[in-house]
Design a protein around this ligand. Structure first.
Ligand code: SRM
Ligand code: SF4
Length: 558
């Protein structure tokens, strides 16, 4: 393993001292007199898929500790029985919402320490897991969820599932604590544990893997540490183009951190997928920066060492020669809404979920509706990277019944939302995210209402513009790939980024450094008005920005 010069971060030291990742979680869990875990255990909890948070709405009256639990669901595929379990667990132990994440996972929010154990047991009893949904390991593996778009979807989903299992850490602590309800007790073995893939100190930082099938880039493959672009011939998978070094997280005022799209490294045939993935993971393990967590992502290894070095290192570790990348082209991203035919004669339904939050509100009971549909018709439920839901493998005879149940709960199947709203995303931010500098999930719906009015005023009401918002520069809803991205700076203030593209292959650029929420429309009006006047036929907003605005007003990339 490559030694990292410089002082190791605190996270490295605690992993080294406790490589099973058990910490004192089990002991604290059993102690009903405390409402939180130690900070070090907070770091270990992440590997178990759990974040210790506090309710930021009530901070002024003292910290109320709550937990977020993230399910690991490769490819976003959820069996109806599992969905029903999640629906029930959210009601019994969390805040009765299920949050679809931008990586096809589910999050439970607002859990108190006393109910963390039963929630985790419930998830595992349903044969799901939260292991490695967070932490310095490979996270949930993304794969194209849309069943009808390409004959290769199921084949690629299968590779995603296999890879997800192959890259799981092997510590017994997770099972021991959350399933058996016991502390891990391996004596000296506990300190000497070495994970066969990750080693004793795991990765220097989080690691993300995704699959995509051109021409649809519905999983934003270029933003991942490791990406596989499927190359097919009809129904047959020829192999994958390997992508590496994407990532979006950055910090305000720290030019050493930046969003980056992945490089295309080479082509290989499908049987090598596991060895290629392990080669890339171990390059991150061995060359990632363990002295600075802000600089510890694989994207900085690619940026600093370059593609030829990386390609040779992958080949050496995987024991194969990569071919030159095969040509591919992405033309669009995002989801399909409404009813659509699958290849196998079945149907699927795409449902827009505002900011990914499945909940019941006055007059719009999405959570109850999905429960009834899952109970009665048992569709497979798929979570999309744009935070929406697909009901898949539906028998055509059930179409009417499902549509009727949804209508009874005020959930529309046709005209679900405007094109702009349907293409939007927001991260959770306040009140749960400890890193949020501004609102996101709670702010975007109203901002979209004002943007919709502006677009109507300019005759652009049918124009799809991809809009994404985050409460800080970490990039959780991938705002740097959007045609309009809002990134929180401080309460009520946002940076505005413009110029991403429909296929999500291009980073946008900073347009305004700090804009009050109330002034967002005033800032957007002149550019959108010019776009309406000056666009070429069929040209999208992001492409116009790139072609015209950035030529007049060149700005540094983020
Ligand atoms: Fe994220 C940290 C939510 C996708 C980059 N992210 C967080 C935390 C856990 C805050 C924390 O560390 O305390 C947020 C929890 C908030 C809450 O209350 O729920 C959080 N991230 C999310 C989710 C739920 C956003 C969403 O709108 O769905 C997504 C969960 C995905 C999943 O199921 O695994 C989520 N996060 C992303 C993405 C998008 C992606 O992966 O496609 C990114 C940008 C891509 C990347 O990784 O570069 C992203 N999250 C970050 C970062 C910045 C990492 C960096 O390189 O600097 C942080 C901060 C950190 O790790 O310290 C972060
Ligand atoms: Fe929190 Fe920032 Fe991620 Fe939003 S982008 S969830 S505010 S870390």
């Amino acid at each position: 393993m490559q030694a990292t010069p410089g002082k190791l971060t605190h996270n490295e030291l605690i992993k080294e001292a406790n490589p099973t990742l058990a910490g004192t979680i089990a002991q604290t869990l059993a102690d009903s007199n405390v409402d939180r875990f130690s900070d070090d255990d907070g770091q270990f909890l992440k590997f178990h898929g759990i974040y210790q948070q506090d309710d930021r709405d009530t901070r002024k009256t003292g910290k109320k500790y709550i937990f977020m639990v993230r399910g690991r669901l490769p490819g976003g595929v959820v069996h109806p029985d599992l969905y029903l379990t999640f629906d029930r667990l959210a009601q019994e132990y969390a805040n009765n919402t299920l949050r679809i994440t931008s990586r096809q996972g589910f999050q439970f929010h607002g859990i108190v320490k006393g109910t963390l154990g039963p929630l985790m047991k419930g998830i595992n009893d349903a044969l799901a897991t939260t292991l490695a949904a967070c932490g310095d390991v490979n996270r949930n593996v993304m794969a194209p969820p849309t069943p009808s778009t390409n004959a290769l979807v199921e084949r690629v989903q299968e590779d995603a599932r296999r890879l997800s299992s192959a890259l799981l850490p092997k510590t017994k602590a997770y099972h021991q604590i959350w399933v058996n309800g016991q502390p891990l007790n391996l004596g000296d073995e506990e300190k000497d544990f070495v994970d066969p893939l990750y080693g004793k100190t795991y990765l220097p930082r989080k690691f993300k893997t995704a699959f995509a099938i051109p021409p649809l880039n519905d999983i934003d493959v270029f933003t991942n540490c490791l990406g596989f672009v499927a190359i097919g011939e009809g129904d047959r998978l020829l192999g994958y183009n390997l992508l590496a070094g994407g990532g979006l997280g950055m910090s305000h005022g720290n030019a050493e951190t930046f969003p980056r799209v992945a490089d295309v490294i080479g082509f290989f045939t499908p049987e090598h997928i596991e060895s290629i993935a392990k080669a890339v993971v171990t390059i991150h393990r061995d060359f990632g920066d363990r002295t600075n967590r802000k600089h510890a992502r694989l994207k900085y290894v690619l940026e600093e060492r370059g593609v030829p070095w990386f390609r040779e290192e992958v080949e050496r570790r995987a024991g194969i020669r990569l071919g030159d990348p095969l040509p591919f082209k992405f033309t669009r991203q995002g989801d399909l809404f409404g009813w659509h035919k699958q290849h196998n004669g079945k149907l699927f339904l795409g449902l827009y979920v505002e900011t990914g939050r499945i909940k019941d509100t006055e007059g719009y009971k999405l959570k109850s509706a999905l429960r009834r549909v899952a109970e009665q018709f048992r569709p497979e439920i798929r979570l999309t990277p744009s935070q929406n839901v697909l009901l898949a493998n539906v028998d055509p005879k059930d179409q009417e019944g499902i549509t009727r149940i949804l209508a009874e709960h005020n959930v529309a199947v046709d005209n679900q939302a405007t094109v702009v709203r349907r293409a939007s995303m927001a991260c959770p931010a306040l009140p749960t995210c400890g890193l949020a500098l501004a609102e996101s999930e709670r702010a975007l719906p109203d901002i979209l209402t004002r943007i919709e009015a502006l677009l109507s005023e300019l005759g652009l009401q049918n124009e799809e513009i991809i809009i994404r918002m985050t409460g800080c520069p970490n990039g959780c809803a991938r705002p740097y790939m959007a045609e309009i991205g809002f990134v929180g700076k401080s309460p009520n203030k946002y940076q505005i980024y413009l110029g991403g593209n429909e296929s999500s292959t291009r980073l946008n650029r900073l347009f305004k450094e700090s804009v009050m929420t109330a002034a967002i429309i005033d800032e957007l009006r002149p550019v959108l008005a010019r776009f309406a006047q000056e666009r070429q036929k069929g040209e999208r907003f992001g492409d116009w920005v790139e072609r015209v605005l950035w030529k007049e007003q060149p700005v540094a990339a983020n």
